[in-house]
Design a protein around this ligand. Sequence first.
Ligand SMILES: CCCCCCCCCCCCCC(=O)SCCNC(=O)CCNC(=O)[C@H](O)C(C)(C)COP(=O)(O)OP(=O)(O)OC[C@H]1O[C@@H](n2cnc3c(N)ncnc32)[C@H](O)[C@@H]1OP(=O)(O)O
Length: 456
Amino acid sequence: MSDGNSKEQQAKKSLADLFKQMVVDEKEPSPAEPPKSMDEYKFWKTQPVPRFDEEIEKEGPITIQTVDDVRKEPYPIHSSFEWVLLDLESEHDLDQLHELLYDHYVEDHDAVFRFAYSKDFFNWALKPPGWKKEWHLGVRVKETGKLVAFIGGVPGDLTIRNNDIKSVEINFLCVHKQLRSKRLAPLLIKEITRRVNLHNIWQALYTSGTVLPKPLSTCRYGHRPLNWTKLYECGFSSLPMGETKASMVAKTTISNQTKTSGWRKMEEKDVEDVYKLYDAWKSRYEITQIMTIEDIKHWIYGGDNQDGKVIHAYIVEDENNKITDFISYYVLPFSVLENPKHKELGIAYLYYYASEAGIGKSPNDAESQELLKKRLKSLVNDAMVEAKNQKIDVFNALSSQDNTLFLDDLKFGAGDGFLHYYLFNYKAAHISGGIDSKTNEFLDNNKVSSVGVVML
Ligand SMILES: CCCCCCCCCCCCCC(=O)SCCNC(=O)CCNC(=O)[C@H](O)C(C)(C)COP(=O)(O)OP(=O)(O)OC[C@H]1O[C@@H](n2cnc3c(N)ncnc32)[C@H](O)[C@@H]1OP(=O)(O)O
């Protein structure tokens, strides 16, 4: 979308704009425009979700039921298929899920990159405290046992504008390419809903790049190259006009030394302190995940089997050994298809963080925002230094949380991807995702998103 205003902005190119060119299509994407009318959402119009044109006057559940109202039998499925609950403790089932998602999950438009999910990743993402096998739902071909579809749910209670809500997070919905457009996705969604409802849980949070009725929030991806040459050779970044490969490498080079004093890797003994920081920090946002100490141990520290492959967390300790900050990122590589030189791109995603610099401070207070901005820049810079030393090629962050305070300054380029957040069976007024609703640019002037929850 280009108008006079955006042309004018283009004339004043900052360094940050230059980086944006590496990853943004020429045409600015339009994030939350519904691709079809509500009536054409044959499945979603039957579900308890807000309509696109609905004004939200009162926040809360859309339909109220009891467990007695819930169907006790699984929904019928075509006779060639059967429902299966994956046993993610078993190598066989982990292998099957890996194979399905590797070959059939989200690819980029040109099918050059795809997510390279690992077994370690599934163990982390699908087995947090309170996980249930009943929510690892697959569809198999009866005759061959081949897994052809999956949807996953994990516990994930939420706070939405001071209301605590028992909830699940739904993720990894995937249908084999040869079975697409056969309405298997709605069947998986109905069946997982039934299985969640049987636990007296009626709300869910999910995200998607697809526009469905109706986004609660929309965030934009930012990408910070750490190994520009490799990104260029893989076709992830292009060479902006007027630049040379050498000038791009120079502009994206970061030090290999962290600089925040008191910085160190998080250890298991830090879990409780990190929990306290997280819990005090989250009131900055309008939607957050409620986490117990056990949740922090799993999601931030990595759990009992922490082997440093998926989640990486660091803390800052002051001179009295008090933990004042933490920051974390998870690693999920891309497979690079048909590239003679590279098979995989190392990708890190900024995850949860908290800093005393922002606790008890309002995002509307310019002075404390300025201090927080300085702090976050230091923390994220050092997280990127660690990531670079772990051979990560690009560091991604959404425009959620307080990220717009540092995205431009730390040379994140705005990507062409948007992530929409949805709530199932809950009406809530729109929450800022850190982008300007007219230009889709990251918010600036110390304005931030109110989305505090990070989905994988
Ligand atoms: C209380 C507990 C509640 C629990 C449940 C909460 C809800 C959870 C909701 C799920 C959260 C998932 C979060 C993630 O994992 S987001 C990641 C989604 N996965 C992928 O993008 C992987 C690659 N794509 C595929 O595997 C398939 O294309 C999928 C499976 C996406 C659709 O399969 P297929 O292409 O073969 O289509 P169909 O004929 O079966 O079905 C067509 C219907 O499906 C609607 N559709 C399309 N894409 C999505 C989507 N991403 N979320 C929700 N609905 C979607 C579509 O509008 C249409 O409905 P309607 O337009 O007629 O109305």
